[in-house]
Design a binder for this molecule. Sequence first.
Ligand SMILES: Cc1ncc(COP(=O)(O)O)c(C=O)c1O
Length: 442
Amino acid sequence: MTGEKLAMFGGSRAVPPERASKELVGWPVITDAEREAVVGVLDSGQFTSNNPGAGQVQLLEREWAALVGTTHCAAVSNGTTALELALTAAGIEPGAEILVPAFSFIASAVAPVNRLVVPVFVDIDPVTFTMDPRAAAAAITPRTAAILAVHLHGLPCDMAELRELADRHGLLLVEDAAQSHAARYRGVRTGALGDIAAFSLNVVKNLPTCGEGGLITTNNDALHSRLLRLRQFGEVLEGRVKRDYVSHELAGNAKLSAVQAAFARCQLDRLEDYHEARDRNVRAMLDRLAALPGLRVPHCPEDRTHAWHILRFRFDAEAMGIEGVTPGGLRAAIERVMRAEGVPLQQYQRVPLPRQKALLTREGFGGYPWKLHPGAYDKEGEFPNTLAVIEDSLTLQRWHLNPASGPVLQDCAAAFEKVWGNLDRVATLARAMSPATAEAAR
Ligand SMILES: Cc1ncc(COP(=O)(O)O)c(C=O)c1O
């Protein structure tokens, strides 16, 4: 501990602005390979996934299935659509229920709603931040048809437990792998762990495209064939020389463009190398931070690898020796002092999913799908772990995705150490930012 003066009180910043350069912490990393690939598509005149032969979309699908270890992959327009089509392809009908973790990005809840499937929320494990299998078991009803295993922040869920639960109750096990590209659980990649899996290729993800995109993986031939129809107006294109415009089932347009696929293929070429560099950089930072009392760094159980999409840090006031603060007050104080040091810590998810305004008011679909079973969804559940994590933690996003970010992450570690060397100042600030304790003291 240095006791060095905090930047907030006139000291120098642990991470000066010029240090956070595009080269070291920008994401995605764009090279000449991407530039050439995008121009190559423009010159080819093959822009969509329904051009005959092996276009960029088909090549991306093959390469992603090979890496994940599934027989099939279907590319679609984004990760939310990927989740929606996965549910529909598997025959999850309107009015059915799906277990969704209370802690996730809104898409994990909205995708089922878009298909008139009711999300039933389940608390998380406070260490892995993924669905607690015991809470999931307790949430099953006769209407439950599926479990959505969200590998949040890049860490695979406890898939053995969820698989056992799904098999015991005859449920579909869907992976939301939007944040967990190439992570492994007991040697198997996310995307090959459930019955069907959805990935996002959004530009901020570990496997980004230059905009929006999604991938759906499965080993099930029938599910894959149906996905191909669902992304193309219900038409069958495969094995045909000429499109016949016959729609076999109701479906819209959810295709990925060839430009997005070509860009993503370049990123895929470097995914493993980037992961190894990220793993080294992040672990070097976390090893250093593990020594700071009351700072709970992200944990990766022995049987998994972590894609390190988002790094979440929890703060334990008692272990830090700080009294008279609320977890939220301490979090807010740490955010302020760390930002002053040049570390862009931020909240990611401010309420449990069921307390998102859209899900409280249920506006937009005339009260459906909940209205399909009147009275069944009047009570809001309890999500103590989700609430605690939201209150007492902050995240680092994007910077560490860049494989060259190692030295900046060391600076970030130095910023944490500096802040921990000034816990008396942090405590004073945290007390001022703790409304409940301030009121009690009055
Ligand atoms: C956990 C999770 N699920 C689903 C999605 C949706 O992906 P997209 O933004 O590509 O629609 C995201 C994207 O942020 C996500 O983080």
